[in-house]
Every structure is written in structure tokens, then in C-alpha cells.
Write a protein that binds this ligand. Structure first.
Ligand SMILES: [Zn+2]
Length: 388
């Protein structure tokens, strides 16, 4: 299918890949992957698993099961909980909850406020999230200078994730404000020489604007590639998301910027249907993301060599997970593997999904290509919809 894929055996030992080659011998029962595409366990750098504070929408168990069913073995959770992750204590609490309940690797972005500089240093998180547009409570930076102070306060090696989107209901106005935020954040990163990552781009101009700096990276969520304001109209209250779905023309133009986009991230943001009817913005995405990408591949829209690195080695490199043996199939790396059946067809039905919210903006769509099995830390934990 592509020069980067080869036919081989993998030997897994103590949660690691211990050897790669033909006809490897082991005493253990082999996992048959013939006819399947074996890729590193997928990594989603942008999810909202809602715990603590909104467990009725999602929790670490349901959210991580949805992740695994979608082929992911690592997700990075956002800090905008009802009680935001802005202190070392809250990060510790979240880590403990996830360690007890999650069925895969869950990591955390740390939130920023106008005053939590000492907490950032105390917590020593792997990444920061800065909200320049409106979000939950204190997380939006209001004082001029706070953003630059956070950049200066944080290490050079770890990335700072930017939410630049503005929420003015007028598309022209919210894009103008978003571009201005992005130029400002990119300028600060450039001046202080920091790694900066832009969340959920929804328009091609954002990509070109932000990536003028070599250490700037960005992600796109599937819904900006496959849905537009036409779908938002059709979906009614279920169609609201932040940033909003763009015009059909903007959606098509975004496809021209694909080569410069580093990651695919779901921005999995589950809300119950009742909360959607009350205006909550966000889509679940963990269980549909890979299949949407593979289906687009089958339609000739995306190369598999575009898709897979953007869901594995690129997020691993940006978020320093490569140094922990994630994102690549290599001897010594973590035995986290996703086995893809390129030809499995399925129809998205909200009621069949594992996310607690139980609906999808892609309801009724038939997709070709799916994660058949998932190996996490050397163990087969998921196959054909069953967890072990
Ligand atoms: Zn988000």
C-alpha cells in the first residue's frame, strides 16, 4: 500500500517491543495480524474526559474505553474541568483518578490563569494550555502580559498549547480576532524561543499565519475537515462546537493546508443531548476519528502516509512522548499497537458508542476502515468491540 509499510513479525516482551523481523519465535500464543495494518498505538493530544466535575458526561473509564475502541492508546486531557487543573494538587488528583479508572494511557495539559505561575513551577507539567478565547471561569487570561509571563515561566523543551479561537457569532469577526491572537502568541513564542502548539485550526489562514515560526505546530480536528456550516444547520443544537463549523468554502480551503498541519486531534468534547439543547458546544470524536481518516483515504482524499504519522509519531514528538518510547514501532519502544482492518465497514450509531454522551455528529455515516484490535503495554486489551 505504501513504501513505509512492511510485512514482519513483532516480538513483545514485558510491555515492550523486543524484536522486529521475520519468523520470530516465542513460547506465547501469537496474535495473528495477517491482513491487518499494524501501527503504533494512536495518540490524541486533545480530549476532554470531564472528570472530575462532569462525570455524567464522561469519566476516565468511559472516555478511555472510547479512546481504545477508536484505536488510541494515549490521550492528553485538557484542564478546563468544572474545577480547572490549575494547581499541583488538582493535577495530582486527576492523575490518581485516571490511574484507578482509565484503561489506557491518560496524560494531562496544565491550565494557566493570570496568577498561577508558582503552581506551574511546582506541578512541573508536561505541557501548558493557554486560553486566549472564552472558556470555563478563570482559565481565560485577562491581563495583558500574562501570556508572555507564562511562556517565560515554562521550559523550552515542553510545548505550550494555545486556544486562540474567539467566540464572536459573526464568522468574519471571530476569525479576525482568532488570527490576531495567533499572531500574538506565535510572536511571543518566537521572541522567547518556546515550543508552541495551536489547538483545533479551522481555517487555512491560521495554519500559514502560525507556522511562520519553526517551533510552531498545529492540529486539526476531523469535524473541520468533514463538516461545514451546512451540517451545523442540519444538526441544530447538536451542531455547535468551538471554534464553530465553517462555511463550505472555508472547509474546502482548509484541505489545501493539510501538508503543514502536524497532528489530527479529536477535541473529544462529550456533552449530553440535554446539555447540547442548553447550548453546550463540542462533539465526541474518539470513536470516529480514525475511521473518518481511513474512509477519506479510500475515497482518494488522504494518503495513509499523511494520516498515520499525524496520529502517532508527530504528536509523540511534539509532546515529548517519543522519549518515552511512544509513537513509533521500534525495538525497545512501548508495545502499544493498533491493528487496523482497512476494509471493515460500519455505520456510526450514537447508541453503539462507548462515550457516555451517546450521540455523534456523524450519525448514520457508513465508514470504511476501523481499529480491529488494540495492544496496550504488550497485552491484547481490545478486539472486535470486546475489552479483555
Ligand atoms: Zn478542546
Amino acid at each position: 500500500m505504501n513504501g513505509n509499510f512492511i510485512e514482519t513479525d513483532l516480538l513483545l516482551d514485558e510491555g515492550r517491543i523486543s524484536a522486529i523481523g521475520k519468523k520470530l519465535k516465542s513460547d506465547e500464543k501469537p496474535i495473528n495480524a495477517s491482513g491487518l495494518l499494524v501501527v503504533p498505538g494512536l495518540i490524541d493530544p486533545h480530549v476532554h474526559l470531564r472528570e472530575p466535575g462532569a462525570e455524567y458526561k464522561e469519566d476516565f473509564k468511559s472516555g478511555s474505553m472510547a479512546a481504545v475502541a477508536g484505536g488510541f492508546t494515549t490521550v492528553i486531557d485538557m484542564p478546563n474541568n468544572r474545577i480547572p487543573t490549575t494547581t499541583a494538587e488538582r493535577l495530582r488528583e486527576k492523575r490518581e483518578l485516571a490511574a484507578k479508572k482509565a484503561v489506557c494511557d491518560v496524560r494531562f495539559h496544565f491550565g494557566t490563569t493570570d496568577s498561577n505561575f508558582d503552581e506551574v513551577r511546582k506541578a512541573g507539567p508536561d505541557s501548558l494550555k493557554i486560553y486566549m478565547g472564552r472558556t470555563t471561569g478563570e482559565l481565560m487570561l485577562k491581563e495583558k502580559g500574562s501570556l508572555e509571563k507564562h511562556f517565560a515561566n515554562f521550559g523550552r523543551e515542553r510545548p505550550i498549547v494555545i486556544h486562540a479561537s474567539d467566540d464572536n457569532p459573526d464568522e468574519g469577526k471571530n476569525l479576525e480576532a482568532t488570527y490576531a491572537n495567533e499572531e500574538y502568541a506565535r510572536g511571543v513564542a518566537q521572541k522567547l524561543d518556546r515550543k508552541v502548539h495551536l489547538a483545533h485550526v479551522s481555517a487555512s489562514h491560521e495554519v500559514h499565519l502560525f507556522k511562520k515560526f519553526a517551533k510552531a505546530t498545529c492540529e486539526v480536528a476531523p469535524h473541520y475537515l468533514f463538516l461545514s456550516s451546512k451540517d451545523a444547520e442540519r444538526l441544530g443544537p447538536l451542531g455547535t462546537v468551538y471554534p464553530p463549523l465553517r462555511s463550505e468554502q472555508k472547509r474546502l480551503t482548509l484541505w489545501n493546508a493539510l501538508e503543514r498541519i502536524d497532528c489530527v486531534a479529536t477535541d473529544h468534547a462529550p456533552h449530553t443531548i440535554e446539555d447540547k439543547e442548553d447550548g453546550a458546544r463540542g462533539f465526541p470524536g474518539l470513536e470516529t476519528c480514525l475511521s473518518l481518516m481511513l474512509d477519506a483515504h479510500h475515497k482518494g482524499l488522504l494518503g495513509i502516509d499523511w494520516v498515520i504519522p499525524r496520529m502517532t509519531e508527530n504528536p509523540a514528538r511534539i509532546f515529548n512522548l517519543d522519549k518515552q518510547g511512544l509513537g513509533k514501532i521500534a525495538a525497545g519502544n512501548a508495545a502499544n499497537l493498533t491493528l487496523i482492518d482497512m476494509h471493515a465497514e460500519w455505520t456510526v450509531r450514537g447508541g453503539d458508542l462507548l462515550t457516555k454522551c451517546g450521540w455523534s455528529p456523524f450519525e448514520g455515516k457508513t465508514l470504511k476502515g476501523r481499529a480491529k484490535s488494540v495492544i496496550y503495554k504488550g497485552e491484547l486489551i481490545f478486539e472486535d468491540g470486546q475489552f479483555f
